[in-house]
Design a protein around this ligand. Structure first.
Ligand code: NAD
Length: 413
């Protein structure tokens, strides 16, 4: 059934992408990319389901034999954000169903329609009623959230969203000691060392990481650290690329970047830009709202000569603003990178293989990209450390979040 659901998503990818663009605003080509990525979780976990193996374990007690049963955790409450209206949901439902669980998914208030369309396709795939349940909520979200995190029939909560809401929900879920996994906010460092042989590739990687979905992904580069020797060249090349972007509504031809989700998001972007400027950063492109396009548009912005006292250095911007920080040594940049309270993704460009191992091990994050700005892949474990949360999605680890291991001891053999 999961495999059929996957195929239905592929067959209806254009319609689903239209919905994603309509309610989220991202360019249609990006929305199509999201839908295919979202569908891949159903395909992957339909193939992972037959591999939920248990163990046979030699016992220390003579005459005893031990085996393990791997059972579905039970009904799962799922809460996801609007930045990937399809993929955030399938990344949870895929493994939950593959493990044998049923789900109650609260769709994001900003983007509820994609979730409803996915549920319709689940129905067409033959998934029985009551297995996949979608709950919408808007102003009453706290009330719905409280039920999902405290109801005794719900055994597991999987949440993706901001660290602040995550903390609140974690407290609530503790009242009935639920199994939980939390995918929270990030503030990814993106480091470019001067041993990098291909600066153009590093620029392209940083652009892809920073400006995907107009900077509204949890793994977006937020702090771009560039070593002093190559700093000016990097800033110039990076700025040129951003000047080539075409900002506008996601349905228009040739649009490379869409709006941000709502006016609160624009306010935060504006605040980070003004704060940096007032402390000495230089805007090399953008730096203002694009009111001619609508309330939620902000010109993709590059800030050069950033310093660690600026707000953007310690807070996730979640918008189309790239802050470029100069640094001198590897030791210094690792300290700066790890200063964040969160630790989701981290990236770096280097052509020195020893440094690649050293830095990958030193970064306090759940995911590292080396010489690439794009790391999302159904096959790769996705998740964070520190205040970015715990638990992994995708990959062979993703299904573990929805399974409990029961040991069975046979005596007198
Ligand atoms: P948010 O925390 O405000 O909302 C996330 C979800 O929680 C939404 O569905 C929202 O309706 C719901 N919610 C809000 N208050 C709630 C409550 N009291 N009870 C129950 N549900 C509640 O986050 P956002 O601003 O919409 O999303 C962006 C954040 O999500 C960023 O911080 C981003 O980094 C993070 N994010 C993390 C990942 C990841 O995998 N780690 C992926 C995408 C986004």
């Amino acid at each position: 059934m999961l495999r059929r659901w996957y195929q239905l998503m592929v067959d209806n990818a254009d319609d689903l992408a239209t919905l994603v663009t309509w309610e989220n605003g991202k360019p249609l080509a990006d929305a199509k990319g999201e839908v295919m990525y979202a569908a891949s979780f159903f395909e992957w976990f339909s193939e992972e389901a037959p591999r939920i193996y248990g163990d046979t374990i030699p016992s220390s007690v003579p005459g005893n034999r031990i085996i393990t049963l791997r059972e579905p955790v039970g009904v799962c409450g799922l809460i996801t954000p609007w930045n990937f209206p399809a993929a955030m949901i399938t990344r949870k439902i895929g493994p939950a169903l593959a493990a044998g669980c049923t789900v109650v998914a609260k769709s994001p208030g900003e983007t509820p329609f994609t979730a409803n369309a996915l549920a319709e396709l689940a129905h067409r795939a033959g998934i029985p009623k009551g297995v996949v349940n979608i709950v919408t909520a808007d102003k009453n979200v706290a009330e719905v959230g409280e039920i999902l995190t405290t109801h005794p029939d719900i055994r597991k909560v999987s949440f993706t969203g901001s660290t602040n809401v995550g903390k609140l929900l974690m407290k609530q879920a503790s009242s009935t000691v639920k199994k939980v996994s939390w995918e929270l906010g990030g503030n990814a460092p993106f480091i470019v060392f001067d041993d990098t042989k291909d600066i153009d590739a590093a620029v392209a990687g940083a652009i892809a990481s920073k400006f995907r979905s107009s900077g509204q992904t949890c793994v977006c580069a937020n702090r771009i650290y560039v070593q002093k020797n190559i700093y000016d060249e990097f800033v110039a090349k990076f700025t040129e690329k951003v000047k080539g972007f075409k900002l506008g509504p996601g349905f228009e031809d040739g649009i490379t970047h869409g709006p941000v989700i709502h006016s609160r998001a624009i306010d935060k972007v504006e605040q980070h830009v003004r704060d940096a400027e007032s402390k000495g950063a230089r805007v090399t492109v953008g730096g203002k709202r694009a009111t001619e396009l609508g309330d939620n548009f902000y010109h993709p912005t590059v800030l050069a000569y950033m310093t660690k006292d600026m707000q953007l250095a310690s807070e996730e911007t979640f918008g189309p603003v790239a802050g470029l920080f100069p640094f001198e040594t590897e030791e210094e940049v690792i300290k700066l990178a790890n200063k964040a309270e969160v630790g989701l993704a981290g990236y770096f460009f280097s052509s020195d293989v020893k440094r690649c191992f050293r830095v990958a091990e030193a970064l306090e994050v759940g995911m590292v990209g080396i010489n690439t700005g794009l790391i999302s892949d159904v096959a790769s474990p996705f998740g964070g450390v520190k205040q970015s949360g715990f638990g992994r999605e995708g990959s062979k680890y993703g299904i573990e979040e929805f399974i409990v291991t029961k040991s069975v001891t046979f005596g007198g053999i």
